[in-house]
Ligand binder design. Structure first.
Ligand code: XUL
Ligand code: CO
Length: 437
């Protein structure tokens, strides 16, 4: 059978930090134990179908630069078949156990809705066979509710109920496809759910529509016995100016307000967190402390650009801070680290896809190793514990126990001298963090 990556070995090796081989892992050693689990079990890396196999390198100023061998085909369905074979060959050679897709990545949109569904069903059969042949699994599926012109005024929050219906029918099939492939999660990314101007928008109604849509998805999953985890992926803007799934806090409030809280977790993406004006670790922490961190889209933005550049992560400190959140909540469960990332437009060779993933996986492996050791040594935990020690007994314990009032605290302050103020030691802690990298 035709191979799409003839010059890449069957399986990329781990050679350790001393290696200068660009096609070898320096830190990611899947079988290495880190605490109770192997690195592979901690990370559950996934390849993103849309960027890795479907991106063309086209940008608003220039033509496609990624001329992939799997796109040279006589028909869209033949192209889809080549693409799925390339995807599994790639994941196998890379040594990654999971992949993620949108319905329209896996199979092309047809002339009619029925034809699109038939295309998807055919491609699900192919993917299922390849999953069986290779052991590679589906981390999550999702639906593309943003690419087609019908979604110009968005999907579930569209002013036209007919488009809502189309989106619902499409998601029905995408959830069924995910179930058929044994997907362990299903992701909702708003795509375009939001608005451009309040001059033509009923915001309250649109949010109610979105909630209705999610309730219908929950009902359908129950009806067909899909037991994967539902995830919502926050993003503040792009393509739409104001998106309803702005950040983790916004979604948590939305889920609580519309009685959806128990049915969803979050898929936090680094570049989306930074677009919302947060750090990656901030949004991870907001999700995690609410018991809602389900999975991660592992990428990074460019600090000099204000859009979703979807680059491969290269900063071990950022990854250490992310993995600290993950380790402290006991892992990602059914979730994983999906590389929602693409090489730059000028990195157009197939081999660049391997270099990009190796770099991202090694960076996260360094982050994991550092985070594990930081937790083992207790350096940050002990500092934070000590910082809040005044709440564990005495007046602090009484405040948090509900035994104090503004009046009783006024009496307390009148009797007590101010304690010595303590430094937050931020620079010392930054230096400690970097000593683990
Ligand atoms: C877009 C984005 C999506 C989702 C899946 O910014 O992150 O690719 O991850 O729809
Ligand atoms: Co994403």
């Amino acid at each position: 059978m035709k191979t799409f990556f003839p010059n890449i070995p069957e399986k990329l090796p781990f050679e350790g930090p001393g290696s200068k081989n660009p096609l070898a892992y320096k830190y990611y050693n899947p079988t290495q134990m880190v605490g109770e689990k192997t690195m592979a079990e901690h990370m559950r890396f996934a390849v993103a179908y849309w960027h890795t196999f479907r991106a063309s390198g086209q940008d608003p100023f220039g033509a496609p630069t990624f001329v992939r061998p799997w796109v040279k085909a006589d028909s869209p369905m033949e192209q889809a078949e080549y693409t799925v074979r390339a995807a599994f060959e790639f994941a196998q050679k890379l040594g990654v156990s999971f992949y993620c897709f949108h319905d329209r990545d896996l199979a092309p949109e047809g002339e009619t809705f029925a034809e699109s569904c038939a295309n998807l069903e055919k491609m699900v059969e192919k993917a299922k066979q390849l999953q069986q042949d290779t052991g590679i699994k589906l981390l999550w599926g999702t639906a593309n509710l943003f690419g087609h012109p019908r979604y110009a005024h968005v999907a579930a929050t569209n002013p036209d109920a007919h488009i809502f219906a189309h989106a619902a029918a499409q998601v029905k099939h995408a959830i069924a496809a995910t179930k058929e492939l044994g997907g362990v999660n299903y992701v909702f990314w708003g795509g375009r759910e939001g608005y451009e101007t309040l001059l033509n928008t009923d915001m309250k109604r649109e949010q109610e529509q979105m909630a209705r849509f999610f309730h219908m998805a929950v009902d359908y999953a129950k009806q067909i016995g899909f037991d994967g985890q539902f995830l919502i992926e926050p993003k503040p803007k792009e393509p739409t100016k104001h998106q309803y799934d702005f950040d983790a806090a916004t979604i948590l409030e939305f889920l609580r307000a519309y009685d959806l809280f128990d049915h969803f977790k979050l898929n936090i993406e680094a570049n989306h967190a930074t677009l919302a004006g947060h750090s990656f670790e901030h949004d991870l922490t907001v999700a995690s402390i609410n018991g809602k961190l389900g999975s991660i889209d592992a990428n990074v933005g460019d600090p000099l650009l204000g859009w979703d550049t979807d680059q491969f992560p290269t900063d071990p400190a950022m990854c250490a801070l992310a993995m600290l959140v993950v380790l402290k909540q006991g892992g990602l469960g059914k979730g994983g680290l999906n590389f929602d990332a693409k090489p730059r437009r000028g990195s157009f060779d197939e081999i660049d896809l391997f270099y990009a993933h190796i770099s991202g996986m090694d960076t996260f492996a360094r982050g994991l190793l550092a985070a594990h050791q930081i937790i083992e040594d207790g350096v940050l935990d002990n500092f934070i514990k000590e910082r809040y020690a005044s709440y564990t007994d005495g007046i602090g314990k009484q405040i948090m126990g509900g035994q104090e009032t503004f009046e009783s605290l006024e009496q307390y302050v009148l009797q007590e001298d101010d304690p010595a103020f303590k430094s937050g030691r931020q620079e010392m802690l930054e230096s400690i963090l970097h000593s683990y990298l």
